[in-house]
Design a binder for this molecule. Structure first.
Ligand code: F6P
Length: 554
């Protein structure tokens, strides 16, 4: 599966980009815009209901051609087909990554190891529909015959971030008959706060865990079950209140979930790509199954765009290659996601897992240490709040931080002039990042304010904003199930394309395992269950364990 030929950085396409960066590094985007009136029109593409303005990047037509040549030489079109065909692109775990199958509505067979999985995907969606219908029509009620009022989804990582993002993003589509809460953390405060607000007679718990082995999820689920039993529920009524989504049914049954209440997950869906499966149940319960299917069809529209559009016009490919351009040729270490929409406030957190768990890798698919950087640090926050906080560093800090601005043309909440002002803020930020303010302009501004020449000389350098800071602007008509589905799928494919170029396995996550392994030994020492002095430790860990134990007098 790996690229197999010359090391990435020795390829002519890579070297062509290295020398091209040297040619471009003293050119300001301001000048590019001045000299090329057609720039914004040319670097504007559409797909899956989204539009991308990528004209505010440190690039020319030549740059894009070179980036696309690299994409071709690394086999992006072939690897994309391999993903859609269900090949084992997750090499270290020996399985396909077929999240696209969860939103495929073509009716065509999709094979994994010779078995057509499409019917099972469809039958799971039908089961979800039936379940949502049963709950909303009150055929499925709490143990005292009352309708459910609250859903508590217990899961972490991919079994949490995607559904939470979409629940928030599609808040205007909530039918209002159910509240939805998410518990992820093993910080007891989270579940304590939620259980204090809900009623055991009318609360439905969804235990969401692909592996059904995740400590945080299992401990929180035990707390939920104990709370249910301590507050009027009986063992034989657990089936009315606890449902699981997992690829490990035997464990879920051992936990006490009725086999009839288990929705399947599959090995060929990675956790961070699972919101499209029954892991999306909290979303489906709150927005209804028709809207959930619309979310899937939005994602599918992006899948079709990604699969069938030439690289130059392909949103995920263009965004991936531009991200890579800064990551590998301009020394950018981080990448910021700036949704100008309150409903999309959790997008940065979801993309953090999606991208950093996928491409935070140090060896190639063949296990050879990388000689170039893989995925950057992903972070971000909702506009315009960031403008009054961290944007200062974007504008005047010493680091290069490419940004994605994401904004709907229309709001769900027409409040006074808010949306037009928000839109203006978004445009002014990307414009300011691009154009900046040079020393002459800073001086002229201060002069116009009547400042003395001496004061101007002192202050002007502080007022200089270098500009030439890259950004993309992603537009959608409105945050609907379709556009939100397309947006998330866009970033999934962007991540995948970068992983192809870096030749990493974007679908495993071995790095998170070590902390889990060590956690068990440390927990035993904290509780005093074992103080095995032969197990590896260090003086810092030992001291901190002593501090904890002495505080708790154990
Ligand atoms: O620890 C990381 C991780 O394995 C993620 O990849 C995954 O989304 C999360 O844990 C939760 O896993 P599970 O759904 O198996 O509980």
């Amino acid at each position: 599966m790996s690229q197999g030929s010359a090391p990435l950085t020795s390829r002519p396409e890579w070297q062509a980009l290295t020398s091209h960066q040297r040619d471009l590094k003293n050119t300001h985007m301001r000048d590019m815009f001045r000299d090329d009136p057609g720039r914004a029109d040319r670097f504007f593409i559409r797909g899956g209901g989204l539009s991308l303005d990528f004209s505010r990047n440190r690039m020319t037509d030549d740059t894009m051609a070179r980036l696309m040549a690299l994409a071709r030489s690394c086999g992006v079109p072939e690897r994309t087909e391999a993903m859609f065909r269900g090949e084992y692109i997750n090499v270290t775990e020996k399985r396909p990554a077929l999240h696209v199958a969860l939103r495929d509505n073509s009716g065509e067979p999709i094979h994994v190891d010779g078995t057509n999985i499409a019917p099972e995907v469809e039958s799971t969606l039908n089961r979800m529909s039936q379940f949502v219908d049963d709950v909303l029509s009150e055929r499925w009620q709490g143990h005292t015959g009352k309708a459910f009022t609250d859903v508590v989804s217990i899961g972490i990582g991919g079994s949490f971030l995607g559904p939470k993002l979409v629940s928030e993003a599609l808040r205007p589509y909530w039918h209002g008959r159910l509240n939805c809460h998410y518990v992820a953390n093993i910080d007891g405060t989270q579940i304590a706060e939620i259980l204090a607000r809900v009623n055991p007679e009318t609360t439905l718990f969804l235990i969401q865990s692909k592996s059904f082995r995740t400590q945080e999820t299992l401990e929180n689920s035990k707390v939920a079950r104990a709370w249910f039993l301590d507050n009027g529920g009986h063992e034989d009524q657990i089936a009315r209140h606890f449902v699981a989504v997992t690829a490990n049914s035997p464990e879920a049954v051992r936990f006490g979930i009725s086999a009839d209440n288990i929705f399947p997950m599959w090995d060929w869906v990675g956790g961070r790509y699972s919101l499209w499966s029954a892991i999306g149940l909290p979303v489906a319960l709150t927005i209804g199954m028709d809207n959930f299917r619309a979310l899937l069809s939005g994602a599918n529209a992006m899948d079709q765009h990604f699969r069938n559009t030439p690289l130059e016009q392909n949103l995920p490919v263009v965004m991936a290659m531009l991200g890579l351009w800064y990551n590998n040729f301009w020394g950018a270490e981080t990448y910021t996601i700036l949704p100008y929409d309150h409903y999309l406030r959790s997008l940065p957190a979801h993309l953090q897992q999606l991208d950093m768990e996928s491409n935070g890798k140090r060896v190639t698919q063949d296990g050879v240490p990388l000689t170039y950087h893989s995925g950057p640090v992903i972070w971000g926050g909702v506009g315009a709040n960031g403008q009054h906080a961290f944007h200062q560093l974007l504008h005047q800090g010493t680091r290069l931080i490419p940004a994605d601005f994401i904004i709907p043309l229309e709001t769900h909440n027409k409040v006074a002039k808010h949306h037009v002002i928000l839109f203006a803020n978004c445009l002014s930020q990307s414009r300011a990042l691009m154009s900046g303010k040079n020393l002459d302009e800073a001086k002229a501004e201060l002069k116009a304010e009547g400042m003395s020449a001496e004061e101007i000389d002192k202050l002007a350098p502080h007022k200089v904003i270098p500009g030439n800071k890259p950004s993309n602007t992603l537009l959608m008509d409105k945050a609907t199930p379709e556009t939100v589905g397309a947006l998330i799928a866009l970033y999934e494919h962007r991540t995948f394309v970068q992983g192809i170029i870096w030749d990493v396995d974007s679908f495993d996550q071995w790095g998170v395992e070590l902390g889990k392994q060590m956690g068990k030994g440390i927990l035993d020492r904290l509780t005093g269950d074992s103080d095995d002095s032969t197990s590896p430790s260090d003086s810092s860990t030992d001291n901190l364990i002593r501090a904890f134990r002495s505080h708790h007098s154990c």
